[in-house]
Design a protein around this ligand. Sequence first.
Ligand SMILES: [Mg+2]
Length: 309
Amino acid sequence: MKKKLPKVGEFGLIEKLKKFQRSSTRIVRGIGDDAAVLELDRRRYQLFTTDMLVEDVHFLGGVDPAALGHKAMAVNISDIAAMGGRPTFAVVSIGVPSGLSSRYIEAVYRGMRVCADRFGASIVGGDTVSADKLVINVALLGEVEKGRLVLRSGARPGDRIFVTGPLGGSLAFGRHLRFAPRLREARFLVERFRPSAMIDISDGLAGDLGHILRASGLSAWLDEERIPRRRGVTLEAALRDGEDFELLFTLSSLKAKKLLECKSVAKDFNFIDIGEIVAGHPGTRAGGLFLRDRCGIRRAVEMKGYTHF
Ligand SMILES: [Mg+2]
């Protein structure tokens, strides 16, 4: 299902497109995080994100329409959560092939609506066009209190690295169509613990941790025994499979200790400590991402996961 774009690849293309971004004093963070961050008022930032799903690239024709609608909305909510915010308003554009029934499209919208309702967002507009294949694009606004914004670039040496659940096999097991964005976890974290960096795992643990490391100019090691895996999933799949939509975040070691000792955390959440941020730019020879096995032996791993094209 994956299609390769010649030469540049997904992230190469994003790099090339950055030059079209205009600067404005209202832009706090443009391209390069889970959502754009814009000035809203004295107290809050506006968050703005978008995600497109294309038939035969992200899903196969005939997939359960309610699950597809759910996913189209949930992937965007997951990006707002990764910034520490709450989703507010969405517009939905859809390209519809001529053979598809209006019942199918309605079921897609119902799936989107149920997901939006559950996480406090409203669909307020959009566009409908004819297309060769089914294409769904959701653009979502969100808000975050200024003190609670979390970027990818804030990790510090000595920070612990956490994930919110088991990884790998999401595409194989169909979890990518049914996952719940970790909004409640994100809000709990920003209100009580202020993570230093956060991202949602869409490209795979190794790839998305790579985004945090590059943005923060730091390196990391992971304890391979501690990386939570979905049943029957290899370590490699847990590192590289995409679309887990768990949160990956970093916390100072002091806060990490408090988080793990907190009784309500143990009862309500699944925060798993998997490694540590260390000094050293990831682009240097000694830097990057390392795995540590049971005997404490380290090996370097590529900061690359699933690529969407
Ligand atoms: Mg993301």
